[in-house]
Structure formats: C-alpha cells, structure tokens
Design a protein around this ligand. Structure first.
Ligand code: URA
Length: 229
C-alpha cells in the first residue's frame, strides 16, 4: 500500500497531510527514512516512526486501557475528561470506540477498537462475554449477600427478570470478585444494592480471557490481540 495511504489509515491526518509528513522526512519505515509518499510498502509486521515515535501498523486497531477513575467513556463527556484524552491522537482520529462502558468512577480494563464486528461480539447479550470485577463494598460481606448475587437479584428497571452473577466469591471482609455475562447500566452496583449492600469502589480485572496486565499502570494503554479475548 502507498505510504501516504498507510499513514492516513492509521490516523495521521488527511492524505495531503500524510504526504507532507513523508516529504518533510518525519517518517521512517522499518528503520529507514523514506521521503517518497507514494512508495509501496508491505503492511505485514510493519514498524514505522512518525516524529521519532514508534508505531506498528494495525488494521483495525485493538487497544486496552487501564482506565483510571475520573474519566468518562463518552465522546461527549459531561463532567470529567473522556478516556480518549488518555490516548494518542492518531488512535482518536481513527475513531476507536469503547467496547461497552465503565462508569466514571470505575477503574480497570477497558477495551477500545474501530472493529465494529468485535464491538458487537463483545457487547451483544447473545454472546454473553464474561466480565470480571472486584467490588469493594460498604458493609461486611455475608453469606446472604453472596447467595443473593449468585442466585439472582431483581433490578429496578426489569422487575420481572432476575439477574444472577456468573460467579461470585468473597475476597476479604469488604471485597468480592464478581463475574457477569451481561453489560447492563450500572449492573454490578445495582446488583450489589439489590443484595443489600453498596459498592464503594469497582475495578474490572478481565473481559473474557483477557486480563488487565499487572504492569499496565492506571492511564496507560497498549495493543491487544483480539484472539486473546
Ligand atoms: N457495573 C457497574 O455498576 N459499573 C460499571 O462501571 C461496570 C459494571
């Protein structure tokens, strides 16, 4: 593919802007400076740099973010900065979207991509992809609460349906690990409330088989392979 088209597809601007980047000698391809925007470049395992910053060709892009508290999963945030403000601008230009949403105060693993099919697969109730959270709760965890979460609780917006955790386990006096297959609005907080307690902090540790890496600090992002989910 022509180099200027590659750069455009990766979010570095319009074709004209990408052409200028190359002509201004701001781009290297596989370690070599290239000044011809029309040169044909193989996109397989392509490493390149723009202004000295290293990039790898991804079509589409799959990004995991360790979401810190105080960020909204919205393109038009109301009260806090958007999670997109934590990502480099080429990714934002490519219009990657959150795979489901985490509340402003929820931390942990957030996936973002511009692959519409993957977003659908991971969020559609039909597929029931499991999401694992650690919830810190206000009152000491007891058996009744664990039983209610595992057996099913009724949420206020759907009084006829009971929603059960796929798995729930006590971690210590005030913390549980809870796995859910749906992605309803404020689901964990509402389930815990329906079980007679209150979530004070919520952290997502895994989506499907993909876990939040221990060395990914809050606010940091990295690529992921969709096969890992
Ligand atoms: N459940 C919630 O209540 N909040 C989240 O952010 C995610 C799941």
């Amino acid at each position: 593919m022509q180099l200027e088209r590659i750069l455009q597809s990766q979010g570095f601007g319009t074709r004209r802007e990408c052409r200028a980047l190359v002509r201004l000698e701001r781009v290297t391809v596989r370690g070599e400076m290239v000044d011809d925007p029309f040169v044909d470049v193989d996109t397989a395992d392509l490493d390149y740099t723009v202004d000295g910053e290293a990039w790898r060709y991804h079509e589409p892009s799959y990004v995991m973010l360790h979401k810190p508290a105080g960020h909204e999963c919205s393109q038009k945030p109301k009260h806090h900065p958007a999670v997109f403000s934590l990502l480099p601008s080429p990714l934002v230009v490519r219009a990657i979207q959150c795979v489901g949403r985490l509340d402003e105060d929820t931390t942990g693993l957030l996936l973002l991509t511009d692959d519409g099919q993957l977003i659908h697969k991971l969020t559609s109730p039909k597929h029931g992809v499991l999401k694992r959270y650690v919830a810190t709760v206000k009152h000491a965890v007891d058996d009744a609460m664990l039983k209610a979460l595992g057996g099913g609780v009724v949420l206020n917006d759907a009084p006829d349906v009971s929603v059960a955790a796929h798995a729930v386990e006590q971690l210590d006096e005030h913390r549980i690990a809870i796995t859910i297959g749906e992605g309803k609005y404020h689901q964990v907080k509402r389930m815990v409330a329906a079980a007679g307690n209150r979530v004070e902090a919520l952290h997502r540790v895994a989506v499907g088989r993909l876990e939040l890496p221990a060395d990914l600090a809050p606010g940091e992002w990295r690529w992921f392979d969709p096969a890992e989910v």
